[in-house]
Design a protein around this ligand. Sequence first.
Ligand SMILES: [Fe+2]
Ligand SMILES: [Fe+2]
Length: 246
Amino acid sequence: MTTLQQAEAADHALIEELDRLVIVKSTIYTSGERDPREPLPRQQDKGKLYLMGHDPRLPRMPEKPALFDFFRLRFGPAAHMLQSARLAKKNGVDEKIVLACLIHDIATSGFIRSDHGYWAAQLVEPYVDPEVAFAIRYHQVLRFYPDESVGYRYPDSYVRLFGADFKPEPYVERAYQYARKHRWYMSARLLTVNDLYSFDPNIHVELEEFTDIVGRNFRQPAEGLGFDDSPSAHMWRTINWPTRYL
Ligand SMILES: [Fe+2]
Ligand SMILES: [Fe+2]
């Protein structure tokens, strides 16, 4: 078979597999586009099975996926995180914080955008130093508050994105006040300092640049992320298999 024939055969197999399956989107994927209280439009499911594993439209993950497999096969473009991590390294911050920069926005690029710092912290908490999870969790709120002592100003991009009148809600203010007094405040603050507002499309950073830092600071479970029964294993499984029926 030629390469073209192989590609056509693969396409054909995918279409046939999809024909046999019912794939239902989780409410959260469409809430807003549609009113979540409305019943889902009924799909033709006669003679079909509901998807209970790998979604054939996605690249297949290894059986024991590691962090970089998620970067390569499930996360969106990671240039922002990679460039932030490189900047942190260049600025000579502790390598724990370099790791925090490398993974701080994994929720926006691969899971859930709203409250992304909290989701990302929860995802990685079982595998990293508590200080790393703290920095990731609180970068979410610290981004809204300047700290002159380290040259961090309120981002111009936030004025553009959210308007000049945008005010964080009281729960954000409370979380900021809590973080401000915490002994790990500066770790979270350094994450915001190295969290690039705009990244340079001409700089290319490879994940491999951080293999050693991840090796030393992220405890990859032998069973693979999602299969180690940790408190966040189910979240990694959902990223791996986002359309499982149950
Ligand atoms: Fe972020
Ligand atoms: Fe970021």
